[in-house]
Ligand binder design. Structure first.
Ligand SMILES: [Zn+2]
Length: 206
């Protein structure tokens, strides 16, 4: 048992919260949380000691990433992130070049579906009196900042790329499900919301 584990157990006792305690007394879950924490740490880039110029990094967004940064309907993914940080005198330019796939299911046939992600995004950083992240493309960091966690920004850029409507190419949808949809349309008395939605889906196939 390592030190963190011991501290957590003590916290559990202090809180007298059995559910909380039971969770953390489960070694495999604890190991998993440690693994997640270790994985996410790599996305924290320390810039204070860097020389002026361009610095390049490679990251891999894997299933673990989405445990912390959940996107609705996304079950996981694999995205290569070529990240670069250009440090200048009074500002920094961050570049995120991402390519890979997200795992989801098809809205029409509910079979697994992969969504391609291919994007190139920038974020400018300037330094000011205090940290301000109101602007999506310009982040102001306070004078005390010496590192930046780029994971939330990766999450933002991926989320923007994820489509609202996600379906297979027509020929790739599960034919058995499509046949069921046809059947549902042929039975007009079942004219509830589900059938209406199925009808809409089928119309898009034509
Ligand atoms: Zn489909």
């Amino acid at each position: 048992m390592n030190n963190n584990h011991l501290i957590l157990k003590k916290l559990c006792l202090f809180k007298k919260d059995c559910t909380f305690a039971a969770h953390f007394w489960n070694d495999s879950l604890f190991e998993h949380m440690t693994k997640l924490e270790g994985y996410l740490k790599q996305f924290v880039v320390q810039f204070s000691g860097l020389s002026l110029g361009i610095h390049e990094y490679k990251f891999e967004v894997v299933d673990l990433f989405f445990e912390q940064y959940a996107i609705e309907d996304v079950e996981g993914g694999n995205i290569n992130v070529d990240f670069s940080l250009e440090k200048r005198e009074n500002m920094m330019e961050l570049n995120f070049k991402m390519a890979g796939t997200l795992k989801t299911v098809c809205d029409r046939c509910l079979d697994p579906l992969e969504i391609d992600i291919d994007t190139n995004d920038q974020l400018l950083i300037k330094f000011g009196a205090e940290t301000n992240s109101d602007n999506e493309e310009l982040l102001i960091l306070g004078p005390e900042a010496y590192q930046i966690d780029i994971a939330p920004h990766i999450y933002e850029f991926i989320t923007i790329q994820f489509p609202l409507r996600k379906v297979h190419d027509d020929e790739d949808c599960d034919p058995a499900v499509l046949a069921k949809l046809q059947e549902a349309i042929a039975t007009p008395e079942d004219d509830d919301d589900t059938t209406t939605n199925m009808w809409d889906e089928l119309k898009k196939l034509k």
